[in-house]
Design a protein around this ligand. Structure first.
Ligand code: MN
Length: 262
């Protein structure tokens, strides 16, 4: 098994280091991750700036590519240049914080996995809900994720899909069952800005994250995650709303008394 491992919190984050250790028995891991945090950086790619890359020590005697670019840059570059062989799977995470609801659009973690999916590879985004400043047990989550990923891959994956996996903020021994769930439309960044002044007296704003509202939903990724389930949501890069397309294509009834066409 050849794995491309990346994240959006940066190479030095605890989450990616835990995944590296847990996935090591699986096969050959190439790590290519941003050298700076790119959380909520979305699916940006660098087209107007250089992308410097350095090889740095990583994990127990391993090495990683530290990329001065975005999470999607890391995946693009790894597939095109840094890896000798194409990986079997792309894994992105473990993100420090959940990526559910509309956050999948802001998330660099999910975007890195989506970049793998765009290239036709199966891909996993892995994130851990963090609430009240509690630090998740990344090592235990990484080991539990490995088992789950093996089960999903053994079941036969669809290439071009991201399996967006989220862990709740409870110990791994108390996790509720894994639930496959649709993405919620819940937004945790509802325009909660704090306004302050910098040392020169000029105003600035800082966007704050609030807990995801569940909006009365029962079976979405957000609703199940906050109840303590591990959630898996299959995502793709085609954002077409097929029901809207079908509605436009359906022949429209002619209005009674309306002009005949043609
Ligand atoms: Mn992050």
């Amino acid at each position: 098994m050849r794995i491309l491992l990346t994240n959006d919190d940066g190479l030095h984050a605890e989450g990616i280091q835990a995944l590296y250790a847990a996935l090591a028995p699986w096969g050959e891991i190439t790590v290519a991750a941003p050298m700076r945090e790119c959380s909520a950086g979305g699916h940006a790619i660098s087209t107007a700036t250089a992308i410097p890359v350095r090889q740095v020590p990583f994990g127990q005697g391993g090495s990683a590519y530290a990329v001065d670019g975005t999470p999607a840059d890391c995946v693009k570059l790894a597939l095109a240049h840094l890896m000798k062989h194409r990986p079997d799977v792309v894994v992105s995470g473990i993100n420090h914080g959940a990526n559910v609801g509309v956050c999948v659009l802001y998330s660099g973690t999910v975007s890195a996995a989506l970049e793998g999916a765009i290239e036709g590879l199966p891909a996993f985004a892995v994130s851990a809900l963090m609430r009240r400043g509690r630090q998740p047990d990344f090592d235990a989550i990484a080991r539990r994720f490995k088992t789950l990923a093996e089960e999903i891959l053994a079941d036969g994956v669809q290439p071009g899909l991201v399996y967006n996996v989220n862990f709740p903020d409870r110990s791994v021994s108390r996790l509720k069952a894994v639930r496959w769930a649709p993405q919620s439309r819940s937004v945790p960044f509802g325009g909660h800005f704090v306004r302050r002044r910098d040392p020169r007296g000029r105003p600035y704003y800082w966007l704050l994250e609030k807990p995801h509202p569940t909006n009365g939903e029962k079976a979405t990724d957000v609703a199940l995650l906050v109840k303590g389930h591990v959630t898996v949501t299959p995502l793709g890069c085609d954002m077409t709303r097929h029901e809207a397309l079908r509605r436009r294509r359906r022949p429209r009834p002619t209005k009674p008394g309306g002009k005949k066409r043609g």
